[in-house]
Design a protein around this ligand. Structure first.
Ligand SMILES: [Zn+2]
Length: 331
């Protein structure tokens, strides 16, 4: 590799992917956004001139700025290959050396993306080191990289990894705990299933993860802003053991005492336990003489009592959510 100032310039148009074929250090100049994947840079990722950087890699030794040998300008110029042109987005996947990014709006840096990060030329850096994912997100079994892709997955075992913008991943029938690792902006992930914990990492902005009512989910870290994790409320049906129709189905002829439960949609708190609740139901009973399923004479229609997902002994169709899981599911 020559270490001259005469960088070889390679021009591309549209999206560009850096994956091993360029002499290093590689300069990437003039893309809109740049997404740097896990284990993408075997060296230093230097951000010479970018606006926002959302990074799961911490700022490298801060002495990079105080060593005094680099004035930024010369550092920026010292590349063996410069990749530029009429570029849209850049995807840095596998580079065997240093990478210098310049003239870019936003850069999104995944877990373990580079050995060292030097964000000295970034206007603003977003980094949250509250937690790290277990295992490289590139090894997850439901992975999407790019722009505007959508993917469905049934019961993935390791996790969901999304990198890019405006992608959609829908997981159904999930039963195993999942890590959801989202890098970029305006991505959407939906998880439906039963009895699992979802751990979410956001690197970027305006991403959304939503989970169904029987899934508990927490945000482990957020390197960015305006990301959302939403959980569906538990539906009243989860607390209903016998519906009105079921109770009446055995009443063709004669006197019966029947009980059933039905949703109480006008209640957002539970009259029985006094807690705020999503799934308030009323427990009803009737002692009557029935003909073809209709009560033609009622002896006693009892009082109305209420229950909710917190105080009912029957929750979630027989699935036994622990108290903590119930609370998590309701967040
Ligand atoms: Zn209650």
């Amino acid at each position: 590799m020559s270490d001259t100032w005469d960088a070889r310039t390679e021009e591309y148009s549209g999206d560009v992917r850096l994956a091993g074929s360029h002499a290093t250090p590689v300069g990437l100049r003039g893309a809109e956004d740049v997404f740097v994947g896990p284990d993408a840079v075997a060296g230093t990722l230097r951000l010479a001139d970018v606006e926002y950087v959302f990074t799961d890699v911490p700022d490298g030794d801060s002495d990079g700025a105080s060593q005094g040998d680099g004035d930024g300008v010369s550092e920026k110029a010292r590349v063996a290959t410069e990749v530029t042109g009429d570029l849209e987005d850049g995807y840095v996947e596998d580079v065997d050396g240093d990478v210098v990014v310049s003239g870019v709006d936003d850069v999104f840096v995944a877990h373990d993306a580079a050995e060292t990060l030097d964000p000295a030329g970034a206007e603003q850096v977003f980094h949250d080191d509250a937690a790290a994912p277990t295992g490289s997100p590139d090894g997850y079994d439901a992975t999407v990289t790019g722009w505007n892709h959508s993917r469905d997955a049934v019961d993935p075992r390791d996790g969901v990894a999304v990198r890019g913008a405006k992608n959609e991943v829908t997981v159904t029938d999930a039963k195993h705990d999942l890590t959801v690792y989202v890098v970029g902006w305006e991505n959407e992930v939906r998880i439906e299933g039963r009895g699992l914990d979802v751990t979410v990492f956001f690197v970027g902005r305006d991403n959304r993860v939503s989970v169904g009512p029987y899934v508990s989910a927490t945000t482990a870290s957020e390197s960015g802003f305006d990301n959302a994790l939403d959980a569906d409320p538990l539906p009243p049906e989860a607390v209903i053991q016998t519906s009105k129709e079921e109770a009446h189905s055995g009443t063709t002829f004669g006197r019966h005492r029947i009980t059933w439960q039905e949703p109480a949609p006008d209640k957002d708190w539970c009259p029985n336990c006094g807690e705020g609740a999503d799934a308030v139901i009323t427990r009803r009973q009737k002692d009557a003489f029935f003909l073809f399923g209709s009560a033609i004479r009622t002896y006693d229609s009892g009082g109305v009592s209420y229950e909710c997902e917190r105080c009912s002994r029957h929750v979630a169709g027989g699935v036994d959510l622990s108290e903590q899981e119930r609370k998590d599911a309701l967040r």
